[in-house]
Write a protein that binds this ligand. Structure first.
Ligand SMILES: NC(=O)c1ccc[n+]([C@@H]2O[C@H](COP(=O)([O-])OP(=O)(O)OC[C@H]3O[C@@H](n4cnc5c(N)ncnc54)[C@H](O)[C@@H]3O)[C@@H](O)[C@H]2O)c1
Length: 216
């Protein structure tokens, strides 16, 4: 379905819903459901049907009026958009409290993303060891050499904010093109590098805002 490539100006809210769409179509295919429509999708994921139709229309003709959407076609389409049609190997940087938890998170079970290498500084006793699943934990000084001889373009950043920018500069130089960043800092990267930040404080504040809003 290469004729349905999205433009770079896809609204952020739509982009954020893509994993939801992919997950839904994947499970519908697993349940042997061959066809669906925006109303049924809406009931499953809690997004209103008009928004779903608008999102899908940004990609051209994904379905047919009166017929709906073919689950397999849409699963493959969103899978390709999200890079789930191939294996993505990821480097984890910073094996502290959060990094250790992430190393044990098995997101590879249902998706094609895998942490295959981890890095910390020489003072961390975990450097030179590997996890029970066999993920090696290297010294950060080996990163450039390792990344250059692998296909890794993606990193999860779980270092403290004081170290984050310096670490990112090193990783960008080594060829990393995308960061999932947990450090509460705005990172500076070249225009061909993407940063997706996860700020738990901000998420909690948003939750509290909506809870307060509910009370009024
Ligand atoms: N712990 C949490 O629950 C949590 C939750 C949300 C966000 N965060 C954020 O995640 C980040 C990590 O938090 P944490 O609690 O795991 O911190 P931590 O101090 O336990 O771990 C940070 C790790 O980064 C390593 N490190 C430092 N410099 C490095 C470098 N140059 N290269 C590679 N590794 C390096 C340290 O040796 C340490 O092991 C912080 O920015 C924090 O704000 C943490």
């Amino acid at each position: 379905m290469t004729d349905h490539k999205p433009s770079k100006s896809l609204p952020k809210a739509t982009a954020k819903r893509l994993p939801q769409y992919y997950r839904l179509f994947k499970s519908l295919v697993e349940e042997n459901v061959t066809r669906t429509n925006s109303q049924l999708i809406s009931e499953k994921i809690g997004v209103d049907a008009a928004t779903i139709r608008r999102d899908f229309s940004l990609f051209g003709e994904l379905g047919r009026r009166g017929y709906g959407y073919e689950t397999k076609v849409l699963r493959d389409f969103f899978g390709e958009l999200l890079g789930q049609d191939q294996e993505t190997h990821i480097a984890l940087i910073g094996v502290g409290n959060l990094g250790r938890a992430l190393l044990h998170y098995q997101f590879q079970d249902r998706n094609k993303m895998r942490i295959t290498q981890a890095y910390d500084i020489s003072g961390n006793p975990l450097v030179g060891t590997q996890t029970d699943d066999g993920i090696p934990i290297y010294n950060i000084s080996d990163l450039e050499k390792n990344v250059k001889k692998s296909d890794i373009k993606t990193a999860i950043l779980s270092v403290r904010k004081e170290n984050a920018q310096e670490v990112v500069d090193t990783l960008v130089k080594a060829g990393i093109k995308g960061f999932l960043n947990f450090a509460p800092i705005r990172l500076k990267v070249p225009s061909d590098v993407v940063v997706q930040s996860i700020d738990l404080t901000k998420e909690l504040q948003t939750l509290l805002f909506f809870m307060n809003d509910n009370k009024q």
